[in-house]
Design a protein around this ligand. Sequence first.
Ligand code: ADP
Ligand code: MG
Length: 379
Amino acid sequence: MARKEKIVEQVQNVEEIVAEEAVVAQEFDEIVEDLVEVPKAPREGIQIGIDLGTANTLVYVSGRGIVFNEASVVAYDLESGETFAVGNEAARMLGRTHDKIQVSKPLHLGVISDIKAAKALIEWVLSGLDPDTYDVKESTLLICCPSEVTMVERESLINLAHDLGIEDAFIEEEVKAGVIGSGIDIFTPQGNLFIDIGGGSTDVGVLSLGDIVVSESIRVAGSRMDELIQKHVQHEHGLLIGEKTAEKIKQEIGTVNERLDPADEKMIFVAGRDNTSGLPREIEVSQEEIRDVLVEPFEEIVKVTMRVLEQTPPELSADIIESGIYTCGGGSLVEGCQNFFAKRLGIQVQQSPSPLTAIAEGTKVLLKNRGNYLVKPMD
Ligand code: ADP
Ligand code: MG
């Protein structure tokens, strides 16, 4: 028995010694750590590309891909000026706030209408990038905006980047980024025509040798289509419907197909407020009537495209006949859009493989070949 106790005692002693040694080792490590400053891994700059659209903002970050893809809306407290919601969350507050909150869109009809909101939006997105993981000073920021955005507005966006600590900032035209992001090689002398139907504006551009040769922008795009649908429902059905409801009609049954098969025709139930009684009411809207509404804005887009084609140098016109027209943007998702343009313009029309993300994807390439459009960037 005595022998067993002795063994137990010895084991305990050993355990104590081991524990003591562990404490000493840890203390030693701490002392060494204090004495020798362990250099942290150097942080590198990142490349950030922003597609600042009237309806949606997308953010691409090198090594991470598209990190933000939400509505271009900001909600801030009017008293403190503090931003408290951005993107889809802020969009849900549109039309539902009280007088202490302002819900704002940075762009309206393709021009910057609220630079403060633009700043808040970009600031918010950048703050979500975990600033500890990269060096802001070594980073590059590219903001793509509609071609109508003025030099003064472009400068204020650059200043905004500087305020955020990013020295290397530049602005590009959305159309250019959109073409590149659609996988079209614009770094050749071959001309390409591109139609971007967004929320507030439609931008049409001819590109060759890495830059825009001719371009035009009109304020006829997704929002205008919604407005026309609202008007139509009010006149034809005596019902007032909201913007969101009109947008839903467009997205769900919108078409510009000339012939609609009656057997396949889609219908949609929508609710609103009766024009005369003021009471809520529900009606059924047909695809055919919406088609007749949407044809008008699409004819406008055809007209602006014709104007661009008229100004295009003949050599490039010849190229466009061969390579065709590319479309992108949310508005190009209206059923029958490509056929509609092809028929009116007599040129083949293709949808971009990524109609909603092409601009953000294009920033990846533009960030790589910063400043030199004649050099094709290497992957
Ligand atoms: P922006 O570049 O101006 O932010 P987007 O290219 O993101 O605009 O397109 C937004 C517009 O596209 C909105 O008006 C939206 O209603 C419309 N849209 C999105 N999806 C569809 C769809 N499936 N059918 C028709 N319109 C659509
Ligand atoms: Mg866009």
